[in-house]
Design a protein around this ligand. Structure first.
Ligand code: ATP
Ligand code: MG
Length: 381
């Protein structure tokens, strides 16, 4: 174990004396200060008296159970690492405790090596978090100093918001990955195909999310490294229907694409980047239909590529929910999303950046409850 383990204290809550004693001996031997408690109430009281760094608690206990204890501890002290002890059948409870930010699980019967690894991981995380916090304090100080010197407070607060929004998204994805790997582990351990399939589906969704987020970040961060080539305006739109058609169909949306069709037209563009833009506008248009409300009219999304004077226009129109004033004012500039954990708020910011790098224009018209029309205009070569 880590040399500085003697500085860490562990609250150990379990109503089974056998488990409590074995764990207390193992952890004391490993150099920790162990505070045993016989149930949730006693554990909670001891927690507030002694402020331990780590809590290990059984998930099922009479009185205050492990989940409730976890909730109350995390509410009062989010940095405390809480490790749950679960029985084999406690899958739902275990996944639930992940949502409340449990650090880890130990499944009964308890293995000494397993508990030592889990505690060591918690110790490492606490020490990293403490270091990060002290860096953050330094960083905050440095930023404040700079802020005084140069008038960039607007930019800094935008970056701050971006980072805050991003950490939220990443935290959600990390939670999802943790949940899915737990279900997969249970599936492998118990040779349970249902868990394997469920875990894998969850894992795939979260992998998609993190991939999209990384691509968004890359697109957003890269400065004009566009692969420009004279391209037919229809090319970036051709893949949209094959990619999103099935999803649209499942949502009861009629996704229609009207290409320009003309042969002798070219636009200087990075077709991959423009594809990303039209893709973003189209996913937003599909998201504009609230699936909980029965449609009053047929749901339609229309992608249209007309030529207008010496420009080509990519227009994505929907008859979905539209946008209110607040969203209208910030969609292109702020990291704003109304989609909870599903959205990042990056889509339109990235899209605008790419369009401007192409010396193009982007805009929209919208009416709440009626629908929106987003358009991108690029100059013809
Ligand atoms: N066609 C649309 N209809 C209604 N609201 C829209 C439309 N397009 C964008 N919005 C609003 O603008 C917000 C920002 O869109 P943006 O594409 O930047 O992020 P997102 O779609 O929430 O997340 P992401 O694109 O990263 O998945 C959306 O959350 C939504 O509220
Ligand atoms: Mg979007």
């Amino acid at each position: 174990m880590n040399q500085d383990t003697h500085t860490y204290s562990i609250l150990l809550v379990d109503d089974e004396p056998g488990i409590r004693n074995v764990l207390a001996i193992t952890l004391t031997h490993a150099g920790f200060t162990v505070l045993p408690a016989t149930d949730g109430d006693a554990g909670l009281q001891l927690f507030f008296e002694k402020h331990p760094d780590i809590v290990i608690t059984d998930i099922k206990m009479p009185g205050i159970d492990g989940i409730e204890l976890l909730k109350q501890i995390k509410d009062a002290s989010p940095e405390t690492e809480v490790i749950m002890i679960t029985g084999h059948g406690d899958m739902d409870l275990a996944v639930k405790s992940l949502q409340y930010e449990a650090a880890d699980f130990i499944t009964k019967p308890i293995d000494a090596a397993e508990i030592e690894t889990a505690v060591q991981k918690a110790v490492d995380r606490i020490s990293i978090n403490r270091r990060i916090r002290s860096y953050m304090i330094d960083l905050e100080y440095m930023i404040k100093e700079k802020d005084r010197a140069i008038d960039e407070s607007k930019t800094l607060s935008t970056i701050g918001q971006t980072i805050a929004g991003m950490s939220h998204v990443i935290k959600n994805i990390a939670g999802g990955l943790k949940g899915s790997s737990f279900i997969l582990e249970q599936g492998i351990e118990n040779e349970n195909r249902e868990y394997l399939v469920k875990g894998w589906e969850m894992m795939k969704k979260n992998i998609d999310k993190i991939t999209n987020l990384s691509l968004d970040l890359l697109n957003y961060a890269k400065t004009s490294r566009l692969d420009l080539a004279p391209t037919h305006p229809d090319q970036p739109v051709k893949e949209i229907k094959p990619l999103l058609g099935t999803q649209a169909e499942q949502m009861g949306i009629d996704l229609k694409v009207t290409l320009l069709g003309k042969e002798d037209v070219r636009v200087m563009m990075d077709p991959g980047a423009i594809h990303t833009c039209v893709f973003n506008l189209t996913t937003n248009a599909l998201d504009a239909f609230d699936t909980t409300i029965a449609p009053e009219h047929s749901r339609q999304v229309h992608i249209f590529v007309p030529q207008k004077d010496n420009t080509v226009v990519y227009q994505v129109q929907d008859n979905g929910m539209g946008m209110n004033k607040t969203i209208q004012q910030t969609v292109f500039t702020d990291f704003i999303t109304t989609k909870g954990t599903r959205g990042t708020g990056f889509g339109l910011m990235t899209t605008k950046k790419i369009v401007e790098e192409h010396k193009g224009k982007i805009g929209f018209t919208t009416r709440e409850g009626k629908g929106s029309k987003f358009w991108i205009q690029l100059p013809l070569s």
